[in-house]
Design a protein around this ligand. Structure first.
Ligand code: PLP
Length: 402
């Protein structure tokens, strides 16, 4: 324990390698902003400063660019431009979707529909929105998952009831990468007349998504997971679906108040276009790198892959290592210039077993050694090789210092 504390202190005193020098394998936490995205944004910070809601030409120049970006975001997920609402982040999109839809259905049903169905493995933004709705009198039902973080379709079907207002199931899990049977769940909801939302913050850009073909009513996405800046998100709202706004104002066709973050919206549009244009090649690259990574780690003694679901994100790998503390492993790898995580970034390095691992019934002594390795646009073969070269000796060192 003292040795590990010393390791953490050493890390804190060591100047971190510049971002350009480190091997960055934490793309589910955030992604580097692509240079093309930065270049497209700069004129909207320097010269084109207009408010897109202004009638004059300075404002209308910004409006035109915002609408072009909206088209690009819509195209990436098979939506129409009018179905895209810009928000400040994925968390806000989640809150607007759940709260806005639940309140609207509740009002229109004169309070008869007040049940929300979701899952135990959602992001904290969703759990927080559920807590707020529960405090207002909504009934919240959270479906459990199996050992691979998969939601049971039978359990979901059984939970749908006459008083269900909204259902929400994440598209792909941010920790272990399991992809849910979203099309089937959407079909069940449509049959039951229940609005269906999916948090696709980790799935957009990594899984082909066509919101119309999937039959989704609402879908959240976030810029900083797809090489756009932090602080920009979007919500797909199916034509005809009505939300009670969380932030009131006339912007975004009365669906989300607040002057649009023009430069970041432009960045999101460019990131969406680049992903769409490079989609097949990108996915192939991610899958190859992930297979190499998992084969290498899988060969190490005491290493376990956490989710064995057939349908997983191509760039997300999660392992549990026997006899080590995941947080110490992250610090030790960071000292060698490799950035990974032991859980979701928003947990702030908590050492407690995450809610997702608990829901998957991972044994606490094994879950203690959790490590998430996530790949993205900038990942390379050399990154995986460096990680695989460093990992065995880092594990050995930590195990012998116990
Ligand atoms: N939903 C999921 C599944 C996520 O992984 C995240 C971020 O990690 C969010 C929502 C929140 O997105 P943002 O950081 O843009 O608020």
């Amino acid at each position: 324990m003292i040795a590990k504390q010393a390791e953490i202190e050493k890390r804190d005193k060591t100047p971190s390698p510049s971002e350009g020098d480190c091997v960055y394998l934490d793309h589910n936490a955030t992604t580097p902003v692509r240079p093309e995205v930065v270049d497209a944004m700069i004129p909207f910070l320097r010269e084109t400063y207009g408010n897109p809601n202004s009638v004059h030409s300075v404002g209308q120049k910004a409006r035109k660019a915002v609408e072009e970006a909206r088209e690009e975001v819509a195209r990436l997920i098979g939506a129409d431009a009018g179905e895209i609402v810009f928000t400040s982040c994925g968390s806000e999109s989640d809150v607007l979707a759940l709260t806005g839809a639940a309140q609207n259905v509740f009002n229109r049903s004169s309070g008869k529909k007040n049940r929300i169905i979701t899952t135990v493995i959602e992001h904290e933004a969703m759990h927080g929105a559920c807590r707020c709705l529960a405090a207002r009198g909504f009934k919240i039902e959270k479906i459990g998952v199996d050992e691979n973080a998969l939601v049971s379709l039978d359990a979901f079907k059984n939970a749908l009831a006459d008083d269900t207002a909204v259902a929400s199931v994440m598209f792909a899990n941010n920790e272990v990468g399991t992809i849910q049977p979203i099309a089937e769940i959407a079909r069940m909801c449509a049959k039951a007349g229940v609005l269906f939302h999916s948090d696709a913050v980790q799935a957009v850009g990594k899984v082909p998504i066509d919101v119309h073909a999937l039959g989704l009513d609402l879908l959240s996405l976030s810029g900083h997971k797809i090489n756009a800046p932090k602080g920009i998100g979007a919500l797909y709202v199916k034509k005809g679906a009505v939300l009670t706004p969380v932030i009131t104002g006339h912007q975004e066709k009365n669906r989300r108040g607040g002057t649009e973050n023009v430069a970041s919206i432009i960045g999101l549009g460019v990131a969406a276009r680049l992903i769409r244009e490079e989609f097949d090649a990108h996915l192939k690259k991610l899958s190859c790198l992930r297979d190499k990574l998992e084969a290498g780690v899988g060969a190490l003694p005491g290493a376990h892959r956490t989710s064995r679901a057939e349908n997983r994100l191509p760039g997300t790998s999660h392992f549990c290592f026997e006899g080590v503390d995941g947080h110490h492993l992250v610090v030790a790898l960071d000292l060698e210039g490799v950035c990974v995580s032991s859980g979701p970034a928003c947990s702030g390095g908590m050492t407690e077993l995450s809610h997702v691992l608990k829901a998957m019934n991972v044994a606490p002594e094994l879950g203690r050694g959790a490590l998430r390795v996530t790949l993205g646009w900038s990942s390379s073969d050399a990154d995986i090789e460096r990680f695989l070269a460093l990992l065995p000796r880092t594990l050995d060192k930590l195990r012998t210092s116990q």
